[in-house]
Design a protein around this ligand. Sequence first.
Ligand code: C2E
Ligand code: MG
Ligand code: MG
Ligand code: MG
Length: 294
Amino acid sequence: RGRVTHFDAEVLATRGSQAELRARHHMERRLRLAIANGGLRLHYQPLAEVASNRIVGAEALARWEDDELGPVSPNEFIKLAEETGLIIDLGRWALRTACREAATWPMFESTDGIRRRMKVTVNVSAVQLSQPSFVRDVADALAESGLLPRTLCLEITETAVIGDMHATAKNLQEIRDLGVTIALDDFGTGYSSLTMLRDLPADVVKIDKSFIDKIAEEASTDSVLARLVIETAHSLGMSVCAEGVETNEQAERLAGMGCDTLQGWLISKPRPGSEAFTEWLPSAVLPECLGPRP
Ligand code: C2E
Ligand code: MG
Ligand code: MG
Ligand code: MG
């Protein structure tokens, strides 16, 4: 009897994984179609500058609502896209779309008194970064849209560079030479954060949400680490953006620590499209703790 149960379990496990495999292939087919037929959208989450109390740009976040599968979470379809190579086409689409849409965004007067266009940040996967054609893709997206290079920022994650640090660093340097800025996304969640700071040319560090959650707790380990990241980044001439800011207490703490930019539900959830973002701008209400400090 024990053997029968064991046998059943094995059969079930195999069937289970076959069903999973079929579902995965189905999702892959649907994603391929969505990329080819314009089934993906970009949502834009506003970025608030602490010193000026202003919205200075937004992060482009891919969204997919499939006719058959319904809404699929970005974590799920980005991972699938990375594993299947679809991320190359998806990433190129995101880059071109974000540049084209951001070229219509309004100008604002920055703290140095210069009028600039709002920045757009685009997530880039390791698979894209390792492509020899990637630098040209970025240059093409800029040329097509007419967007100034300094208006574009590329976000890369620590896991994105574990593969080939030298090739990645070289590509990133060429992209920076174009005038495009680089942000280290989800900073602190990998195991090589200090190596990243040392070896990768970057302009911005984005502190991961997992450090922000407990930042309002006085002397919590996370708040000590956040302060360390902010001070280290500043000593290296980089600026700092905090991700996933949800409460006024967190914003106050971060502003007090000298964090440059805030992103999170406290400022706004991602807006459902480029127009939704620009239409929201005039009514934006920013936390009181932002603005020039004494
Ligand atoms: P990410 O780049 O770290 O983006 C931040 C994520 O945190 C987004 O999740 C955003 O919606 C969410 N978020 C922002 N503020 C808050 C907050 O205050 N509270 C909470 N709980 N969450 C907040 P989302 O949109 O689900 O995207 C997940 C990840 O998928 C992104 O993480 C990024 O790594 C990836 N991704 C999204 N679009 C693209 C893309 O076009 N290309 C690539 N390669 N990756 C993408
Ligand atoms: Mg990001
Ligand atoms: Mg992030
Ligand atoms: Mg994150």
